[in-house]
Design a protein around this ligand. Structure first.
Ligand code: DQA
Length: 136
C-alpha cells in the first residue's frame, strides 16, 4: 500500500469569519464547512488533509515550519498577509514543500493593493475567484 500524501491547509487572518464576513465577496460557506469538505475530498483522493487557521502571523509561520516534517505539500490562503508579508514568503522558502496559493475572491478584480502577492513567484500555482471551490 502506498503512503498517502499529507496536505496541510493553512488559512490566514479573518478567514475564521467566513460565512459572516462580506458574504458578497467571500460567499456564505463557513471555514468549518470548507475544512470538512477538504478532509473528505482528501480521503477520496488518498490524501490526509490537515487544516489550520490563525489570526496571528507568528503562529502561521510556526505552522509552516511544523509542516516541514509533517506534510508533503501545502495549500495556503494567507489572507491579507499575501499582500504585505515578506515573513510568510521567507517561511515558505524555509521549507522545501510545494505550495499552492489560494484565494476565495479574484484579487485582480478588487483594490490595487490586493494585486501584489509576496509569494506568487515561489508557489507551484495560484487558484482564485471560485469562492470555497478555489480550495478544492
Ligand atoms: C483573500 C483575499 C485577500 O485580499 C483578503 O485580504 C483576504 C481573503 C481571499 O481568499 O479572497 O483576507 O485571501
Amino acid at each position: 500500500m502506498t503512503t498517502p500524501h499529507r496536505i496541510t491547509v493553512l488559512h490566514g487572518p479573518n478567514l475564521n469569519r467566513l460565512g459572516l464576513r462580506e458574504p458578497a465577496v467571500y460567499g456564505s460557506t463557513t471555514l468549518e464547512a470548507i475544512d470538512a469538505s477538504l478532509v473528505a475530498l482528501g480521503a477520496d483522493l488518498g490524501c490526509v488533509v490537515t487544516c489550520f487557521q490563525t489570526n496571528h502571523e507568528g503562529a502561521w509561520i510556526d505552522a509552516v515550519h511544523a509542516a516541514a516534517t509533517s506534510a508533503d505539500g501545502l495549500i495556503v490562503n494567507p489572507g491579507a498577509w499575501t499582500h504585505t508579508s515578506i515573513a510568510i514568503r521567507d517561511a515558505l522558502l524555509s521549507v522545501a514543500l510545494p505550495a499552492i496559493e489560494v484565494h476565495l475572491s479574484n484579487v485582480y478584480a478588487r483594490e490595487a493593493f490586493r494585486h501584489h502577492s509576496t509569494i506568487a513567484d515561489i508557489v507551484v500555482g495560484r487558484i482564485m475567484g471560485f469562492g470555497a471551490e478555489s480550495y478544492r
